[in-house]
Ligand binder design. Structure first.
Ligand code: ZN
Ligand code: ZN
Length: 156
């Protein structure tokens, strides 16, 4: 084999290794119950994570459940891959664009946070009620208990 050919094969091997063996993946875990989001980015070599950045975003609802004494265990956590950058260069399989974060609008902190513990103490069944509504997708019920909590705060 000519030297040039060997060199070319070696180079192609190195390129193939780079694009197939090295990647950067962005993975997302979301909890459908409380809207918790865990975001992690991995630099990987042969599928093994070398550098890992994880970012957790509790939701207002999740924080509220914790403060009511009935924290979410994230039992229905779903896991999916948002992007995969082959060789850190091109993105495909998958390449999922779009907003996925359920942004917190701050209502929890502003309106309810100052008296939520007191509310939970006065309404020992609130946590269980709240969970029942989450489990049955009872949006109206959640809105109702919510306005109840706000009213409770205003009357104190
Ligand atoms: Zn959860
Ligand atoms: Zn992408």
């Amino acid at each position: 084999m000519r030297r040039g050919t060997k060199l070319l094969i070696g180079l192609m091997g190195a390129v193939a290794f780079w694009f197939l063996g090295v990647d950067w993946v962005w993975e997302v875990e979301t909890c459908p119950d409380c809207h918790f989001v865990r975001d992690s980015a991995h630099h990987r070599v042969l599928g093994i994570s070398i550098i890992n950045n994880t970012n957790e975003q509790p939701s207002d609802l999740g924080t509220l459940l914790s403060d009511l004494g009935v924290p979410c265990e994230h039992q229905n956590l779903t896991h999916w891959r948002k992007h995969r950058w082959w060789g850190f260069v091109f993105c495909s399989c998958p390449c999922v664009n779009g907003v996925y974060l359920v942004t917190n609008n701050g209502w929890y902190e502003d309106e309810v946070f100052p008296y939520i513990y007191q509310y939970a103490e006065d309404h020992p069944d609130a946590g269980a009620r709240f969970w029942k509504m989450i489990e049955t997708d009872d949006v109206d019920g959640i809105a109702q208990i919510w306005s109840e909590v706000v009213r409770y705060g205003e009357n104190r």
